[in-house]
Design a protein around this ligand. Structure first.
Ligand code: G3P
Length: 218
């Protein structure tokens, strides 16, 4: 499974990229707003840090303007994945951008039918939002299971399922069990995956005992 981080915080991205475990980045207008920085500048910087796909979202709702925005975003760097919403105009834009060789991430997917449409439009990624479905009392992970089942029937669809709106490590694990291609998560969730109290306690005990031996490896 590929790990993307869902943030526009360049310092965080730099730090996580140094772990060697980061495969890509996703951003959205809300994350750009939170960063307080100009979007085009942020995307350019992130693309230079992370070689994998960096999602940059369009903000127009009509096809013509969305395409114009998508083309401008795609010019920033080869690893930009243009994000378009799961609407008729968004999917129309997706088809054109993909035919021009641009990666496209179709976002705001909340149903299996929508995911199927994104695959038919040739999307590179489709982003089902699991956390927001959980928030309204639905089962976000059930949607991932449904999409994976459908996509398996049609190997000709190359669209990767990018599990988004991830809120905790269990979302990541469940998505991995279902064979989802990518999880994008807040930096705190990615950092949390490393943690286990028995790892911390065990390491401390080993190092305490090692100090008692008076030895050194180097
Ligand atoms: O970037 C899309 C998605 O990951 C947003 O997550 O937490 O705002 O529902 P969230």
């Amino acid at each position: 499974m590929k790990f993307f981080v869902d943030t526009a915080d360049v310092a965080e991205i730099k730090d996580l990229a140094a772990s060697g475990l980061l495969d890509g980045v996703t951003t959205n207008p809300s994350l750009i707003m939170k960063s307080g920085r100009p979007m085009l500048e942020v995307i350019k910087e992130v693309c230079a840090i992370v070689p994998g796909p960096v999602s940059a979202e369009t903000v127009s709702t009509d096809h013509k303007k969305m395409l114009e925005e998508g083309r401008k975003l795609a010019k920033i760097a080869k690893n930009v994945a243009v994000k378009v919403p799961l609407t008729p105009d968004g999917l129309k834009t997706c088809k054109v951008l993909v035919s021009e060789g641009t990666m496209v991430n179709v976002t705001l997917c909340f149903s299996a039918a929508q995911a199927l449409l994104a695959a038919k439009a040739g999307a590179t990624f489709v982003s089902p939002f699991v956390g927001r479905l959980d928030d309204i009392g639905q089962d976000g992970m059930y949607l991932i299971a449904e999409i994976m089942t459908i996509f398996r029937q049609y190997p000709e669809y190359k669209t990767q399922v990018l599990v988004a709106s991830v809120r905790h490590g269990q979302h990541v694990l469940q998505a991995a069990k279902l064979g989802a291609h990518v999880s994008t998560m807040p930096p705190s969730v990615l950092r949390g995956l490393f943690k286990h109290v028995l790892t911390d306690n065990g390491l401390k005990a080993f190092l305490d005992d090692w100090a008692k031996t008076g030895q050194s490896i180097l």
